[in-house]
Design a protein around this ligand. Structure first.
Ligand SMILES: *Cc1c(COP(=O)(O)O)cnc(C)c1O
Length: 395
């Protein structure tokens, strides 16, 4: 894919220097793979030795249109020459245009722009408290909503959460996922919102039963509780439709987006239905909806439309899952997913699979200890999928 690496430095010396600087100067929060990446194109990335990998991580469901999509790159380049940043005290054409595009793809009424998934969840939670006048939340076990204190207080996993508690809201109730009755029981007179991922990503690619979200919607309607969908990971074609909510035929009151929204450029947003909005001065972000992010997001949305990536996500996802299910392995517990959001649950911890796959030119991620999460760029080809399945079968 990629032209020869230039430069005089010996790649091994470069590799060692990167690892050394990281271990010395960066807080060691990530369990990193021994890989220094330098380039990417489509579903491929390349390390500094020039070795190529099929990327089934995709920045964790970020690079939906592929690495360095030419349209996104050109849009950022062109915008960078015009205006890098301007305060939200002023209007820009590109932010207005993106807002219109997001309203169109979400079916919601208005958006608010921020810079990440956690920030989008903060905005969603603030908005829910504001419009409901209530303060508590109901969230699901195994949920993941981000690392800020607010988003953490509705995130379930104890290693993410416990060292930083007490939560901002001491009133989060966690209930089993895919159990509508449990939500009904957990809602109190002070519940502002129920917060759910339509498919749990970090929690292990958990797909709820088909009626779950509909039932939750009805319970929320009956009790006057807001429903927030966290579509940070499931958005922008990942599951085969613009958003996962479409597959269950359920509309939330507020939804969060981030990850793939900017085609690889950092951005977050929330969208809310008619009548649910912040008023003047009630929320803000210095960088939210900045020109570079908006140009990247618009280009990415155009690419998804032009290249029919929603359809492609469905088709390639079905192909991928069928091949995975036909693998001749007895240590696979289950292959599950929608579109190109796929989990392969195996009988033991999947760390060794990740290493083997990497050594054989495939990047995969292990979540919830025993689930291989496959969330490749939606532009991945059948040939690439065949190669990935081959490697996983050997692993
Ligand atoms: C990644 C993720 C977040 C947090 O996004 P950040 O941009 O890392 O803050 C929130 N919710 C879900 C479902 C996610 O997958």
């Amino acid at each position: 894919m990629i032209e020869e690496m230039k430069g005089s430095r010996d790649p091994k010396a470069m590799y060692d220097s990167v690892i050394e600087k990281d271990s010395k100067y960066v807080m060691q929060t990530y369990g990193r793979q021994p890989l220094v990446l330098s380039k990417g194109k489509g579903a491929l990335v390349q390390d500094i030795y020039g070795k190529e990998y099929i990327d089934c991580v995709a920045g964790i469901a970020v690079n939906n249109v592929g690495h360095c999509h030419p349209k996104v790159v050109r849009a950022i380049q062109a915008q960078a020459e015009k205006l890098l940043h301007v305060s939200n005290l002023y209007y820009t054409d590109i932010q207005a245009e993106l807002a219109e595009a997001l309203v169109s793809v979400t079916g919601m009424e208005r958006v608010f722009f921020c810079n990440s998934g956690a920030e989008a969840m903060e905005a969603a939670m603030k908005l829910a408290r504001l419009v409901s006048g209530k303060s508590a939340f109901v969230a699901a076990e195994h949920s993941f909503h981000g690392r800020t204190i607010g988003a953490l207080s509705v995130t379930h996993k104890s290693i993410y959460r416990d060292p930083f508690m007490p939560p901002v809201s001491s009133e989060t109730t966690f209930v089993p996922y895919s159990d509508a009755e449990a939500i009904k029981k957990a809602i109190s007179g002070n519940t502002a919102a129920v917060i759910l991922e339509p498919i749990q990503g970090e929690g292990g690619v958990n797909i709820p039963n088909p009626e779950y979200l509909k039932e939750v919607r009805e319970i929320c309607n009956e009790t006057g509780t807001l429903l927030i969908f966290d579509e940070v990971q499931t958005g922008f074609g990942r599951t085969g439709t613009w958003f996962c909510k479409e597959q269950f035929g359920v509309e939330p009151d507020i939804m969060s987006m981030a990850k793939a929204i900017g085609g690889g450029f950092p951005m977050g947003a929330i969208a809310a239905r008619e009548g649910i909005s912040f008023g003047r001065g009630q929320h803000a972000s210095t960088f939210g909806g900045g020109p570079l992010a908006c140009s990247a997001a618009l280009a990415s949305i155009e690419a998804i439309k032009e290249e029919e990536l929603l359809k492609r996500s469905k088709e390639m996802g079905a192909y991928f899952m069928e091949k995975l299910r036909n693998m001749d392995r007895d240590d696979v517990v289950e292959v599950r997913g929608k579109g190109l959001m796929i989990g392969v649950e195996i009988k033991y911890s999947c760390g060794k699979f990740v290493d083997f796959a990497r050594e054989h030119g495939v990047l995969v991620n292990c979540t919830s200890d025993s689930v291989l999460r496959l969330v490749p760029p939606l532009v991945i080809t059948k040939e690439q999928i065949d190669m990935v399945v081959d490697v996983l079968e050997q692993a």
